[in-house]
Design a protein around this ligand. Structure first.
Ligand SMILES: [Zn+2]
Length: 364
């Protein structure tokens, strides 16, 4: 095994450096510059693509292996002040911690520090640090694939203790709709109006929402409409979504939501504008898949029990699969992400770095 050189102090210092650099979605430049300098210090070649993603390569033997984490964080994420209590790192409670996904970045940098410049023999490594993951996987969707040769790899972007491997993810539809009724004075001539809000309410009441079955969910997350208390509302806009790890179930679910809208509009004589798009495709990895075997083998050699898990969330991993790059998404140890209680145990980051080193440099 090649884990002896994972250095918890160095890993912690890297993690603190990373979370102290403000990096909201769309403003990843400062973090990218820091990473670029760290990679070049270790002798890696780097590129920045037109979208702002940072790519890098570490030469090695055989087929290249991709490592990915994303550079942006959700709000509130400016002025993060990390501190450790009993081996667990928290923010000061006024911001997120940013372990999602700078924990993943720190783990990648630590594994590279173990392998670059005189470390053990290892496979060729390609890196993709993406922008704007949290706002719709935009960096991964715009990634310059001409800079990526790897056909398999690891995404460091799942919560839970080290050992988790996401092997099933959902297909995901976005639903945008507008209902158009007719404006009228609510006190003088309500009978001349047609309330778009009332039509939307009826449509939503007829939708199947929430958890539909163990692998299917649906939500109406945003509704905007109306202009004044005394005007019958002419226009309402809705933003919703549906997800399922079964593509046919997703199609049925999205259709049910669309039908509820069109039927409610038809009954009332309102118009409806609909825009449905597939945000990303799901993927599944079998337990006997070579990539899964490679990762679970490395974990077992380290005494870490692998856990093959399904998720209801999407990530850059879904986009890599669409691009023909088979990746597994690993747990990085962080918990309560996207909240001010987000935290991560240093010991979990260390285990995760050990897994990466073992995957990249393991002899079997
Ligand atoms: Zn994330």
């Amino acid at each position: 095994m090649n884990t002896a050189r994972v250095d918890p102090d160095r890993l912690l210092a890297t993690f603190y450096d990373l979370v102290r650099i403000d990096s909201p979605s769309g403003e990843e430049g400062a973090l990218r510059e820091y990473l670029k300098a760290r990679l070049e210090d270790m002798g890696l070649a780097t590129w920045v693509d037109a979208k702002g993603n940072l790519l890098g390569t570490l030469p090695g033997r055989g087929e290249p292996f991709l490592l990915n984490a994303h550079m942006d964080g959700v709000q509130p994420c400016r002025g993060i002040k990390p501190a450790m209590r009993d081996g667990v790192i928290y923010s000061d409670g006024s911001t997120i911690l940013g372990a999602d996904d700078r924990g993943g970045i720190a783990v990648i940098l630590e594994s590279l520090a173990c392998l670059a410049r005189g470390g053990p023999a290892h496979c060729a490594v390609e890196l993709a640090f993406t922008v704007q993951e949290e706002v719709g996987l935009l960096g991964a969707k715009g990634l310059d694939l001409s800079l990526v040769r790897a056909r398999q790899g690891i995404v460091l972007h799942s919560h839970g203790p080290a050992g988790g491997i996401i092997v099933a993810t959902p297909y995901h539809d976005h639903l945008n709709a507008a209902i158009i009724g007719k404006a009228a004075h609510a006190g003088v001539a309500p009978e001349k109006g047609l309330s778009a809000i009332a039509v939307a309410a009826e449509a939503i009441a007829r939708m199947n929402l929430g958890r539909i079955d163990p692998e299917t969910t649906a939500n109406i997350g945003v509704i905007h409409g109306g202009t004044a208390r005394n005007i019958v509302p002419e226009r309402v806009e809705l933003q919703g979504e549906a997800r399922s790890r079964d593509e046919a179930k997703l199609e049925r679910q999205t259709e049910q939501m669309v039908d509820a809208l069109t039927q409610a509009a038809a009954r009332a004589g309102a118009k409806v504008e609909l825009d449905v798009e597939r945000a990303y495709l799901g993927y599944e990895l079998r337990p006997d898949d070579a990539l899964v075997q490679k990762i679970t083998g490395a974990m077992k050699r380290l005494g870490i029990e692998p856990r093959l898990e399904a998720t209801g969330g999407g990530s850059d991993a879904n986009i890599f699969h669409e691009h023909g790059i088979k990746v597994a998404n690993l747990s990085v140890g962080y918990e309560d992400v996207h909240t001010t209680n987000e935290h991560v145990a240093l010991s979990e980051l260390v285990k995760c770095a050990q897994v990466l080193v073992e995957v990249l440099a393991g002899s079997r």
